[in-house]
Write a protein that binds this ligand. Structure first.
Ligand SMILES: [Zn+2]
Length: 340
């Protein structure tokens, strides 16, 4: 290996054109082009780190110095002199630090903005991106928890259940991509809710409240809407801790899997947002239009639910968290106004 350099002997300011010859076998660097030949042990050389494209120097043990900007050769020389790794690292840090700083800055802004405005947006994206299996796990564990705590087995007859399951199945045929299953339970008042895995739960009290099965179907269509839009997963993600979201930002799938344990508790305390309800209402509205179910049936059941909820128990009886469908005049009006 030979390398052309500009050489300064350390005594005068005069520059010499010198060729460095690296003799790896002897472990020496020979200098050619000087009045008298010179050599130094290879390991005694110091090669300055690469900083951008600036000229670098080689320092010899006799205080002589050489300059070159042939970075490839200099890096090779530094490697042979035995400190290549360190130099490479220095160069790497030098050339990347601006990028790294910028990336860190962007990440900080992103996290701050996420905390301030973006959590629902990020939760939505995340809920859409999460693997279906994770959503299924969440659904299963949630129903188990609810069964142990607030829900009781349904007292509906098998005939009645089969009747409703048949109607539910005729609806679910429209959404083959959703793994929908209907479950009957008692408790939590007149209610229905959907879990992320497509589990739809309807309570005996709601079945009893309905005067017409089309009212129940309208409610079930609304619940299917929540599953379709992955609302419960979004709510769970919005209400879980910022730290989890940050690890999700960073794309650490190992961290995301730990969400699975934390989520059921999180969405037990969560409520659907008004936007989610309007979205699910719209889904039900479209279904009813296509299926030819008159829209007033949804308005009818909402009115009855509102009456029951307002006239009945207080909101703080501990079951309020699943009373996630506060029917409002506005929502009822939307279905009342619809023609047929
Ligand atoms: Zn809802």
């Amino acid at each position: 290996m030979r390398l052309s350099v500009t050489y300064y002997d350390g005594q005068s300011t005069r520059a010499h054109a010198v060729e460095l010859e690296v003799d790896e076998v002897a472990g020496l660097v020979r200098l050619h082009g000087l009045a008298a030949p010179k050599s130094h042990p290879l390991a005694s050389l110091k090669v300055s780190p690469r900083i951008g494209d600036t000229v670098r120097s080689i320092t010899f043990p006799d205080d002589a110095r050489a300059e070159s900007s042939d970075h490839t050769e200099l890096d090779a020389l530094a490697a042979k002199a035995g400190h290549g790794r360190t130099l490479h690292l220095v160069h790497l840090i030098e050339s990347r630090w601006k990028g790294a700083l910028l990336a860190a800055g962007i990440l900080l802004v992103f996290i701050a903005a996420g905390i301030r405005w973006g959590i629902p947006v990020v939760a939505k994206r995340l809920a859409e991106a999460l693997p279906a299996e994770l959503a299924y796990d969440l659904g299963k564990s949630t129903l188990v928890i609810l069964d142990r705590s607030v829900l009781e087995p349904s007292k509906l007859s098998d005939v009645r259940k089969a009747e409703l399951v048949g109607k539910f199945q005729s609806m679910t045929r429209e959404y083959p991509e959703l793994p929908l299953r209907l479950h009957f339970r008692k408790g939590l008042g007149a209610n229905a809710f959907a879990l992320p895995d497509g589990t739809v739960v309807v309570t005996d009290e709601l079945v009893d409240l309905a005067k017409d099965d089309r009212e129940i179907m309208a409610v079930l269509a609304h619940e299917i809407g929540h599953v379709h839009f992955r609302h419960s997963l979004r709510v769970a993600l919005e209400s879980s801790s910022i730290a989890m979201l940050v690890s999700a930002y960073l794309g650490d799938i190992g961290q995301i899997s730990t969400l699975s344990a934390a989520l059921p508790a999180a969405y037990a305390q969560a409520h659907y947002s008004r936007e989610h309800e309007i979205e699910a209402d719209g889904f039900a509205f479209d279904y009813m239009t296509r299926a030819g179910v008159p829209h007033h049936f949804f308005a009818d059941i909402l009115e009855k639910l509102e009456e029951k909820n307002l006239g009945g128990k207080s909101k703080d009886d501990g079951t309020a968290y699943l009373a996630s469908h506060p029917p409002t005049t506005e929502r009822i009006e939307r279905f009342r106004r619809a023609k047929k």
